[in-house]
Ligand binder design. Structure first.
Ligand code: 5GP
Ligand code: MG
Length: 185
């Protein structure tokens, strides 16, 4: 077997390579570790499935004690058009009340998903509630949501890899890449 990594033909271009992502995730983990240094009871809540790789890398770089938990959401839309309707498919197992909650999300697009999560989590009265988002497409925002830790801003293109999919494909590519428009339009 060859060690050469093949880039699937559906990929237009690589936006963020493995090293660039790893360096940024280390920075984010250092910031989070510094900010939560003297608070115990930090819970990272990863949004499935897209955040699973980011969550794993971020969590392993933290120098503060923490738990990890996950939620799964579904938008009612198909593909890339979102009407803002979000549904909770799987809730956290951890009781968030009185804990420091950090939502870990793959990508902020219209903002509806994160806004929904912030609203349902606020109602559980956590000790604090913040957001850590790997990617943001500022041009696409429909609703403003607070991002406390942000990895990268990217243009309005459909990206895959590092946890992100298109129709459940491409999630485990080690880089983040733009799909060819003809694949998703
Ligand atoms: P929002 O609610 O902010 O519009 O959408 C956030 C969700 O849409 C993300 O959690 C992600 O699941 C999905 N999403 C938005 N843009 C992209 C993209 O470029 N690639 C992938 N794979 N998912 C995206
Ligand atoms: Mg997502």
């Amino acid at each position: 077997m060859s060690n050469e990594r093949l880039i699937p033909e559906e990929i237009e271009r690589v936006l963020l390579d493995e090293e660039t992502i790893a360096a940024r995730v280390r920075d984010l983990a250092a910031q989070v570790s510094a900010d939560y240094g003297d608070s115990d009871d930090l819970v990272l809540v990863g949004v499935l499935k897209g955040a699973f790789i980011f969550m794993a890398d971020l969590a392993r770089q933290l120098s503060v004690p923490h738990r990890v938990d996950f939620i799964a959401l579904s938008s009612y839309n198909k593909g890339s058009i979102s009407d803002g309707a979000v549904r909770l498919i799987m809730d956290t197992r951890t009781n968030l009340t009185g804990r420091h909650v950090l939502i870990v999300e793959d990508i902020l697009d219209t903002g509806y998903t994160l806004d929904y999560l912030l609203r349902i989590f606020r109602a559980r009265e956590p000790a604090s509630l913040r957001t850590c988002v790997l990617l943001s497409k500022p041009e696409r925002r429909k609703i403003e949501v607070p991002v406390d830790y942000l990895g990268f801003e990217i243009p309005d293109v459909w990206v895959v890899g590092y946890g992100l999919d298109y129709a459940d494909r491409f999630r485990t590519l080690p880089y983040i890449a733009a799909l060819k428009r003809e694949v998703y339009v």
